[in-house]
Design a protein around this ligand. Structure first.
Ligand code: VGL
Length: 195
């Protein structure tokens, strides 16, 4: 089957980068890699979709309200903004998730665009059957998004130097990578994509 691809950038937001409230160590270091990928994909006319965590101030996802995480990516705050050096094209589709205070969503497939269309519907509408994936964090939102994508029948290529993990436990990213590849995802360095 011929691949019709999109580039999915997961949660590359200030709060997940050093200085943010739930920082992925060195999370910012993937930004230049993602930007190089964006240039390549622009040349190839591959559409870009960027997910973001978009939480209300009170969310059961946060420690204070029964969850495991410090408050992060609260709607309209600086922490919820995309990293300032990320060169998102103006036609990138933004999908938001985590708005329901009672849910603990990680996957970008729980996210929706401004029209209320979820990621699967958006990809279907664009005739996409393959995703290149980058972003944060390898061991949470990247992993859950990739596993959902595979479950839904999409082919997935994770750009290995364009993802980074939280590593609450040492080895989490490696375990996440194993699980993703065992489920059918391909891992490719950005250099193998020619960027
Ligand atoms: C994430 C932890 C909590 C992520 C989101 O984007 O990977 N991690 N919320």
């Amino acid at each position: 089957m011929k691949h019709s691809s999109a580039f999915l950038i997961i949660d590359l937001q200030n709060d997940f980068c050093p200085g943010g409230s739930l920082a992925v160590p060195h999370g910012n270091e993937i930004v230049p890699v993602v930007n190089r990928c964006l240039e390549l994909f622009a040349e190839k006319k591959i559409p870009v979709i960027a997910s973001r965590d978009w939480h209300p101030a009170r969310s059961s996802h946060f420690r204070e309200f029964g969850g495991i995480w410090p408050p992060h990516c609260i709607q309209v705050t600086h922490g919820a903004k995309f990293h300032p050096s990320l060169h998102l094209p103006s036609n990138a589709v933004i999908v938001s998730k985590g708005m329901d205070p009672e849910r603990n969503d990680y996957s970008a497939f729980r996210a929706m665009d401004a029209r209320g269309m979820d990621l699967e519907q958006i990809l279907e509408e664009k005739g996409i059957n393959h995703l290149y994936v980058a972003g944060l964090a390898t061991d949470y939102c990247v992993k859950e998004s990739v596993l959902d994508a595979l479950r839904l029948g999409f082919a997935v290529t994770v750009i290995s130097d364009a993802v980074m993990g939280v590593e609450l436990q040492e080895g989490d990213s490696q375990r996440a990578t194993k699980e993703m590849t065992a489920t059918g995802a391909k891992m490719r360095s950005s250099h193998d994509l020619g960027v």
